[in-house]
Design a protein around this ligand. Structure first.
Ligand code: SRM
Ligand code: SF4
Length: 570
């Protein structure tokens, strides 16, 4: 293994075990095929293979609720796989949806589809013996799970607001092109999961390289004024600049990211920084330059220091920017001004500029299942049977039934109502988000998705008490400091520490351009509610006109504003 990717040639640089595995895996093949075909006593992949299958969009998990009971019964954990589909911009046809819905019903342990905050869906609970069947289903409907996990460019986000369709269509086309351009080129996915023949003996990855990226890499395209994709959580973002109703190009940003380690000051969240403006047709060149710099300069000896924001910090922003210009032969122009007004999806029936209708459904936590009174799974599949166009998964874990003609509208509305898909919810609930966390996430420290309704019930009650019920607050939970629920970009953010204990962060803003600051550490749900009651009461009586909760927390010095996360976050 060469050391040419070492961060610092002079130091005695050690590659991580993950880097060595990637290098030796022959483009993500490793021993996966053999382990897939051997039917031993375990339902699990080995540790090495479970790392490598991530490059094919799967995670090995077990049901953590059952761990203890199975241990006592001397059974191995209930292993299964979660698969994440690649869906640039979140667009899926109704026909594809029906096939997925059908698969989930017949082949999974949990029977649910989980919309993610990166505009795709995850299927949890697929047994190893069934894993090839999901890839066949995906292949038959022109989908796959390539590059949705591990050290590659992940599912590319695109604003999902269906109203400004003309611009949306153009930006979505760039989203697809970017996704395809940055995709791994190896044939290993097709050989392992679809039994296709090896097409060439010499593979190469012109953009990503043999050991791919040092860490996961995230890309988003956004159409102001809606920051619905949360650009600051991304390594690379493109802000569509629209003048006279035309897309004239993009402002480019780099280095956003949110994960931290509790009490590890060498980790910090970061907002993405503006590089400048480019014309639309320069987007692939610029993206390729950014990603190859991260490939070549990113830290491969410490995965906690490997994301783009750390590379930028290690080398310096100006040097990073100059290198992009050098590699792409494109000079950034001055960024254009733009504004963000919100992040939350618009719900209900909305007509686009062509006169087509869109029904934007609120999906609590993105979890598609049938409960006692809301039949999300059944209702959406009924709609998919009659609506021949597309659905859009939003980066807020919601679903748009898009492009509905006026003649279809009443029928779809009737189905939506009869299955309970259209309900009245408070603003705070509609904006809230949590990561998955227990029982499937192996990294979970505290509850996420399952405890969100508890907090929202209490918060609604508090808002009613202080006459603030019509107000919106961005409230988010992440079950651990990896921060998948994007808590550090919320006005009230919880990050799990251990069972029923969280750190409480405040002071992020409504539009997602300010990082939240730690207010209280390691408190339980009762203390969280008690403290939020006091703070919301103060906000209701001391706020300036229309002042948002996050802004109030900063102005009132409840928490200090984070101007430079490296020095101010901890
Ligand atoms: Fe995430 C890992 C779920 C968005 C930061 N994330 C995980 C895993 C795969 C756990 C694991 O590694 O075994 C979780 C699977 C749980 C499960 O059972 O489904 C998981 N992440 C999610 C999802 C499903 C949360 C959701 O409820 O929507 C999101 C899937 C997005 C997708 O479709 O690709 C998800 N994860 C995020 C985000 C938010 C975003 O990207 O906008 C972040 C923070 C932004 C960022 O990257 O800085 C995020 N996830 C992480 C990290 C920390 C990465 C790091 O920089 O250190 C991990 C752990 C890791 O990679 O080592 C992680
Ligand atoms: Fe799992 Fe932590 Fe991500 Fe939640 S934030 S899904 S607990 S890794």
């Amino acid at each position: 293994m060469t050391k040419k990717n070492c961060l610092n040639e002079n130091k005695n640089c050690q590659f991580t075990k993950e880097e060595q595995l990637k290098y030796a895996s022959n483009y993500f093949r490793g021993n996966i095929k053999h382990e897939l075909e051997s039917h031993g006593v375990t339902n699990a992949f080995s540790e090495d293979s479970s790392f490598l299958i991530r490059f094919h969009g799967m995670y090995q998990q077990d049901n953590r609720d059952l761990r203890r009971e199975r241990f006592l019964q001397k059974l191995e954990p209930l292993y299964s796989m979660m698969i994440r589909c690649r869906l640039p911009g979140g667009i899926i046809t109704s026909k594809q949806w029906l096939e997925i819905d059908n698969y989930v019903k017949n082949y999974t342990l949990y029977g649910t589809i989980r919309l993610t905050n990166r505009q795709t869906f995850q299927i949890h609970g697929i047994l190893k013996k069934n894993i090839k069947s999901i890839h066949k289903v995906l292949y038959n409907i022109q989908l796959d799970s390539i590059a949705t996990a591990n050290d590659v460019n992940r599912n590319v986000l695109c604003s999902s607001n269906p109203i400004e369709t003309m611009i949306h269509k153009e930006v979505y086309e760039w989203t697809k092109k970017l996704s395809n351009h940055l995709l791994p080129k190896t044939n290993s996915y097709f050989e392992i999961w679809l039994d296709q023949k090896k097409i060439s003996t010499t593979e190469n990855e012109p953009i990503l390289g043999k050991t791919y990226l040092p860490r996961k890499f995230k890309t988003a395209l956004v159409i102001p004024p809606h920051n619905d994709v949360d650009i600051h959580a991304n390594d690379m973002s493109f802000i569509a600049i629209i003048r006279s109703n035309k897309l004239i190009g993009f402002n480019v940003l780099v280095g956003g990211g949110l994960s931290i380690d509790h009490n590890n000051k060498n980790t910090w969240p970061s907002l993405a920084k503006e590089l400048g403006f480019i014309q639309s047709d320069n987007i692939l060149s610029i993206a390729e330059s950014i990603i190859t710099i991260q490939r070549d300069w990113g830290n491969r000896s410490n995965r906690k220091n490997a994301k783009t924001r750390y590379t930028i910090n290690n080398f310096g922003f100006d040097i990073f920017k100059k290198e992009i210009e050098k590699r792409s032969c494109i000079t950034f122009k001055q960024s254009y001004p733009y504004i963000f007004l919100n992040r939350t999806d618009q719900f209900g029936w909305k007509q686009d500029i062509y006169g087509n209708w869109n029904l934007i459904l609120f999906i609590p936590n993105g979890r598609i299942f049938n409960s006692n009174n809301i039949f999300l799974k059944a209702g959406i599949s009924e709609i998919a049977k009659i609506h021949s166009k597309k659905f859009i998964i939003t980066a807020n874990q919601n679903l748009v039934i898009a492009n509905i003609s006026s003649s279809e509208k009443d029928r779809i509305n009737d189905i939506a109502i009869s299955y309970g898909l259209i309900q009245k919810y408070s603003k705070i609930r509609l904006s809230a988000m949590s990561c998955v966390s227990f029982p499937t996430c192996p990294l979970a420290m505290a509850e996420g998705e399952r405890i969100l309704p508890f907090f929202l019930d209490h918060l609604e009650h508090i808002l009613i008490k202080y006459n603030m019920f019509s107000e919106d607050i961005i409230f988010r939970i992440s079950g651990c400091p990896n921060g998948c629920g994007r808590s550090l970009l919320s006005e009230i953010g919880l990050i799990g520490k251990s069972i029923n204990r969280y750190n409480l962060y405040l002071g992020g803003n409504y539009i997602g351009t300010r990082i939240a600051k730690l207010y209280l550490e390691n408190i339980d749900s009762e203390e969280i509610i008690k403290n939020l009651d006091i703070l919301i009461h103060r906000w209701s009586s001391e706020r300036n006109i229309n002042e948002r909760f996050g802004d109030f927390c900063i102005r009132s010095k409840i928490v200090k504003e984070i101007l430079n996360p490296i020095s101010d976050f901890w």
